[in-house]
Design a protein around this ligand. Structure first.
Ligand code: URA
Length: 176
């Protein structure tokens, strides 16, 4: 119902979340793309297929029946920016309270932040993903780890090694 963002006018659908809100892991991307805008679901295009494979590699799935093996997936922005342009900082800041409330309601044990825009928005840092990835961060008491966005991994396969190391760290934490 929020009418304070013009992004809403250019989007076909609100893209809220997918997966199991009871899952231990909450994944946060940047913004819906074309496929996501059409489907009304996050991460359904090529990046999404890679994200699903990354999660499967550590035993998790947005489709899992058991929340212990589930994943809950959302984005910083719930609307696709026109022509897929990068969202401005102001656009993200305006909508951030909704994301933060969303995290608080879902109460995940761990957050996975995908790419620079997500880590910058959630962690309120100017640093990009190269500096922020791969170490434990803290969002209001919730442990968070950042890694490369799957779209970046599709563009540059040499980043996959680091992303895999980040996923293993995440898995080790979930495995206690
Ligand atoms: N990239 C994102 O950051 N989010 C999506 O939902 C799809 C692609």
């Amino acid at each position: 119902g929020f009418e304070g963002s013009a992004l809403r006018l250019g989007a076909r659908n609100l893209v809220f979340a997918d997966g199991d809100p009871r899952a231990r892991l909450m994944v946060i991307g940047e913004a819906p793309g074309r496929d996501e805008d059409l489907a009304g679901l996050p991460f359904v295009g090529r990046s999404g297929q890679l994200l699903d494979r990354m999660l499967a590699a550590i035993g998790l799935s947005r489709k899992a029946e058991d929340p212990a093996f589930g994943a809950y997936i959302t984005n910083v922005l719930p609307w696709r920016p026109p022509q897929n342009r990068d969202p401005s900082g102001d656009e993200a800041v305006l909508l951030l309270p909704f994301l933060f409330r969303h995290i608080e309601l879902a109460r995940p044990e761990v957050l996975l932040l995908l790419g620079s825009p997500a880590v910058r928005a959630v962690m309120a840092t100017a640093d990009g993903i190269t500096r922020m990835r791969g170490r434990w961060l803290d969002w209001r008491g919730v442990p968070a780890i950042a890694t490369y966005h799957p779209a970046a991994l599709l563009r540059d396969g040499s980043k996959k090694r680091d992303a895999w190391a980040d996923l293993l760290k995440l898995k080790a934490r979930l495995d206690g």
